[in-house]
Design a protein around this ligand. Structure first.
Ligand SMILES: C[S@@+](CC[C@H](N)C(=O)[O-])C[C@H]1O[C@@H](n2cnc3c(N)ncnc32)[C@H](O)[C@@H]1O
Ligand code: SF4
Length: 397
């Protein structure tokens, strides 16, 4: 199978190279794995049973799910070769679709680019798809360690952004958490088996994605950086972050210098008052100071979540990015909660916003700033689409 054929079919490289470990301690094929999320359980007033979906990969030993799913508790290595992960590989090799990957297929069926397609493209030059098939045993086992890890070291966060929620952010805990749950959830920090596995396999790790919660407030995140530095393996590893950059300890920079590369998508949904209104609890001046400091050390871009409350602030935000010499990613359009989506603007405002976006597209295109122009075109289509799931985009990873 060529990489081109893979992109066209159902094949995704992630089940061969990657594992996601969610805030809640459920493992996923990737961060948009439909079988991984059970957030609705936190809307119940009485503590519910934390039953895993049938096609979920499994759960970590210290997660809330461990008690209710004892036969599906596992570490990261076991998760990578769990029955559902093996089934996923075999189904993909057979050209079949996998229910847990419906987020991607839904988009592809409507002509939009999916995460699967982006990821296949990203690893096109470094991963040989034919070799992956040959390395897959008849039962779907792959005798490798996943070199690309997305471990969410808890939900600790300084903010409660209007479009975010509990359990993603502990900041929302006081207002939205049910009585039976603590504000902070962190199933990995004291998971000794996880740390042993990471140490033993540190030489095999090549890529990390950190989000959360807020990564620069996560003890587990710092511990993983330290582990890779101490074991002499940091130089092999590319790191990508999404961070609110309200907190940026100076001590992180000497650590960063050991790594192959570090990129930070600094979440920024507006300038000044718009920023502070959406990113509740954040201070604009502090954020700008941290952006200016971080960009002297690492590749940094602005990560925008276009939504109802910033559509009229995008012009100032684009100008800010130009002034600071930063790239800007506007692809992660807010779809949910629906109240925050641009699709729910009143019709008259939508028409005016369409003109505004057209003007911004022309401005960006005139500057040869192609990626923002493309993202803004997609946002305009999304806002006006009959089926608004079509062109929303899940972000950077
Ligand atoms: C959940 S945050 C975690 C990392 C970090 N706390 C931050 O804000 O960058 C990751 C990204 O998701 C975005 N985000 C939050 N709520 C969202 C929503 N409802 N829809 C789309 N993106 C959202 C944030 O703006 C951020 O860029
Ligand atoms: S900073 Fe990130 S995790 Fe925290 S509330 Fe905002 S979007 Fe959510």
């Amino acid at each position: 199978m060529t990489n081109g054929e893979a992109a066209a079919g159902s094949m995704c490289v992630l089940p061969w190279i990657h594992l996601c470990a969610s805030i809640d301690g459920v493992y996923g094929r990737c961060c948009v794995d439909d079988a991984m999320y059970h957030n609705e359980l936190y809307e119940q007033q009485d503590e519910p049973e934390f039953t895993l979906k049938e096609d979920a990969i499994g759960c970590s030993p210290r997660s809330r799910y461990a008690r209710d799913n004892p036969d599906r508790v596992m570490g990261v290595e076991e998760a990578f070769n769990s029955p559902n992960m093996k089934r996923t590989r075999l189904a993909m090799l057979a050209g079949e679709r996998v229910a847990a990957c419906s987020y991607c297929y839904h988009r592809e069926d409507r002509g939009a680019l999916s995460y699967r397609q982006e990821i296949n493209e990203r690893f096109r030059d470094t991963v040989d798809f034919d070799a992956l098939a040959a390395r897959t045993a008849a039962d779907g086992t792959v005798e490798d360690f996943p070199f690309f890890l997305d471990i969410r070291f808890g939900n600790t966060c300084s903010l409660r952004c209007v479009m975010c929620t509990y359990p993603v952010s502990s900041g929302w805990g006081a207002k939205k958490r049910p009585p039976w749950s603590s504000a902070v959830i962190d199933p990995y920090r004291d998971d000794e088996e996880l740390w042993k596995t990471l140490r033993e396999n540190a030489h095999l790790i090549r890529r990390l994605y950190f989000a959360g919660g807020e990564p620069f407030m996560q003890p587990g995140h710092f511990a993983l950086l330290d582990l890779l530095v101490e074991t002499g393996n940091a130089g092999n590893v590319d790191i990508v972050y999404n961070s609110n950059l309200t907190v940026l300890p100076e001590s992180v920079f000497p650590k960063f210098r050991h790594f192959k590369s570090v990129g930070i998508g600094a979440s920024c949904d507006g300038v000044g008052e718009v920023f502070e209104k959406i990113r509740t609890g954040a201070d604009w001046e502090t954020f700008v100071g941290n952006v200016r400091r971080a960009k002297t050390e690492v590749k940094l871009w602005l990560q925008v979540a276009p939504q109802r409350d910033n559509v009229w602030g995008l012009r100032d935000l684009l100008a800010f990015a130009r002034d600071e010499g930063l790239d800007i990613d506007l692809a992660n359009v807010v779809q949910w909660p629906a109240d925050f989506s641009v699709t729910n603007l009143p019709e008259a405002e939508k028409a005016a916003a369409t003109d505004e976006l057209t003007s911004l597209v022309e401005w960006c295109a005139g500057l040869g700033w192609d990626k923002p122009a493309e993202d803004l075109r997609a946002l305009r289509t999304f806002m006006n689409a009959a089926d608004p799931t079509v062109l929303a985009h899940e972000g950077t990873v």
